[in-house]
Write a protein that binds this ligand. Structure first.
Ligand code: EPZ
Length: 430
């Protein structure tokens, strides 16, 4: 199978036109896991067709689910999803598959799952996931080949997360909704993707309160009904395209933008001179005056500046004269794309959790390598400003989260193309 692995960008382009923002990858994945907990048909409407979703779909099919697509609506018939093994071939490919552990245990009482893959953005342990599941009654053995877990039925309990973790919060929610009794979760992540999972589970009949407050109360029920929900728009994809407008000093229109979930990012965007006019879910974006360096941007848990937009913003700052500073406080190795941008002529000095960007130096298009999803997207943003053609290799990282970044930027007038293709499997309705 040929691998779609290179994206080419002709730089110094200006953009105009409009883009519709896709459904959220990080909302869709846990909602797919939650669908496993209904022994019947659920549907996720407006689901992004990205490789992480296809990977999660493959895992659910390997567990016995039947899945198909009708346009962007993903149908998940989990009537016979009674298997309990999730091999490392999947968990190595997509760390977020670990979220299935609680769901499979809650439904099938057993689960053997490979260890989640390493990731270039940092260690990414799962200790909080395991703590939560063990507190609710799971017996989890950490073997050489992976996790071997069983739980006849989760029982409610109290969990205090010593650190805010999106995945661990979602893991605990998935285990608690079918548990015997009540569960209280403290110091939960407050990212929108936690809130949306709570809403989806409630639409299936779960009893949950406080899903957006950091303190979540869940009363276990015997079973969950069918899920039917529309995936919310992807706040990180929207932020990435705002960065593209700033890099290309252009005016564009974004539709289906979750503006309320981007407040901290938009504040920084305005501080560097970016402008936008919001009207419902439509944003008229003007990046022409994005010329002010950022004194200090620190990534935070929600509602702070999102770590997933750190690299795209860094790319923008390489094109703005003056000194900008970014501090990455969520992951311990998330400046990988800085070294690639320096190969293009940028001046970024990384020291521990801090990157100092001396912007305004001209960038030159050359061959660079994506190392992770958002770092790869950042290289596209940098390429928009570069002189000549940039080739981004390992572009498969980018298709994990961006449904049509090449098609979208082409529609805005950018000369961007892909050089080969990995057939991203889509199971049409049988
Ligand atoms: C989710 O990852 C997102 N992924 C990430 O997006 C996002 O960057 C991250 O949340 C933070 O917002 C999905 O939703 C699929 P965490 P997750 O648990 O849940 C530490 C993207 O580009 N931690 O909130 O894995 C961890 O090391 C991806 O779309 C533990 O110490 O993130 C990190 O320092 C990248 N022990 C911090 O918590 C644990 O058991 C936050 O991680 C779990 C996490």
């Amino acid at each position: 199978m040929k691998i779609l692995d290179e994206i080419h960008v002709m730089g110094k382009c200006s953009l105009s036109g409009e883009i519709f923002i896709q459904g959220s990858k990080n909302a869709a994945l846990p909602m797919m896991a939650a669908s496993l907990m209904h022994r019947g048909l659920s549907v996720l409407k407006g689901c992004p067709k990205i490789s992480d979703v296809f990977c999660m779909e493959e895992i659910l099919r390997s567990l016995g689910a039947v899945t198909w697509w009708e346009d962007h609506d993903l149908y998940l018939d989990c009537t016979d999803a009674d298997k309990t093994e999730i091999p490392e071939v999947y968990t190595g490919r997509m760390r977020s598959s670990v979220i299935l552990l609680g769901a499979v245990l809650a439904r099938n009482k057993r689960c053997r799952i490979g260890y989640p893959g390493g990731c270039i953005i940092g260690k990414r342990p799962i200790d909080l996931h395991l703590m939560a599941l063990r507190t609710l009654g799971a017996d989890i053995c950490e073997t050489v080949s992976g996790l071997d877990a069983e739980c006849i039925r989760f029982r409610g309990g109290e969990i205090f997360f010593e650190k805010s973790s999106v995945g661990a919060t979602q893991q605990a929610m998935l285990a608690a909704v079918l548990a015997q009794g009540e569960t209280k979760l403290y110091n939960c992540a407050k990212e929108p993707e936690v809130f949306w999972l709570g809403r989806y589970l409630k639409s299936m009949g779960a009893v949950i309160e406080g899903e957006e407050t950091g303190e979540i109360y869940i009363r276990g029920v015997r079973e969950l009904g069918p899920g039917k929900y529309t995936i919310p728009p992807d706040r990180i994809v929207a932020g990435t395209y705002l960065c593209a407008a700033a890099a290309a000093k252009s005016e564009i229109v974004l539709r289906n933008v979750p503006e309320g979930e981007l407040k901290a990012f938009l504040e920084v965007y305005q501080k560097i001179g970016g402008q936008y006019e919001a009207n419902g879910g439509t944003l008229k974006v003007n990046g022409k005056r994005a010329v002010r360096p950022a004194e200090l941007v620190e990534t935070e848990t929600y509602p702070g500046f999102p770590t997933d937009l750190q690299a795209p913003l860094m790319a923008v700052l390489t094109g703005i004269s003056g000194k900008s500073v970014i501090r990455e406080r969520i992951f311990d190795q998330r400046f990988g794309s800085a070294f690639q941008m320096n190969k293009m002529g940028a001046d970024i000095v990384v020291n521990g959790d801090e990157a100092v960007i001396r912007g305004g130096r001209p960038l030159t298009g050359i061959t660079v390598q994506a190392g992770d999803l958002r770092g790869g997207a950042a290289l596209i943003i940098a390429a928009l400003m570069a002189e000549g053609e940039t080739c981004i290799t390992q572009a498969g990282f980018i298709s994990r989260g961006y449904e049509h970044i090449c098609r979208d930027l082409q529609a805005l007038g950018c000369e961007i193309w892909q050089s080969a293709g990995e057939d991203l499997r889509i199971y049409e309705k049988k």
